[in-house]
Design a binder for this molecule. Sequence first.
Ligand SMILES: [Zn+2]
Length: 206
Amino acid sequence: MDMIFPRVCSQCGRTGLYLCLDCRDSLQRIGIHIPKHSRLEGHLSLFRYRGLVKAAIRELKFDFVSDIVPEISSLVVHSLVNQYPHLLRYWQENNFVFSPIPLHLRRKLWRGYNQSALLAEKIALELNMNTRSDLITRIKNSLPQSLIKDRRLRCHSLNKTFSCATTTPPPNIILFDDVYTSGSTINSAAGALPENCHIWGLSLAG
Ligand SMILES: [Zn+2]
């Protein structure tokens, strides 16, 4: 397949990889923050939503290049292992379970897949951790957060967007989303989980 449709770097166009090594070197890291007024113990955004990461996410979401998933996942795994070994060990030793932020069914049917779920499953597999895509359901089909410019409307539009879909969620959960915009999506999903869950957020970009 690579001979017919060669892999081309999402940013610079060089052939070989979707995320070429030179463009990976130019990524800007973000880091951990502790959100206020949130159920999250902490949130880790790995990279700024620009350049290679932005181009790769756009290909994954809008150009249906789902075979870019292993390369994006390996970027996330590499970053966790090398930049955040203590946090990763805490997650692994306490059996944190990846839970991708769900798409509304209509958008999932349109795209054919939930890009965050594909990434979370691959990342968890490589880290020898578990994924549960059935913990949370999206009950409202809100506009993509990136299309809502007014910050107050963003928060409002996600009010009661999610509900917990199980009576027995695991005690420790990592909510995974591809892009962290205002934080309202992950915070809203965290709010749907029971009080006694320990919840972290992880996003590829922010
Ligand atoms: Zn490149």
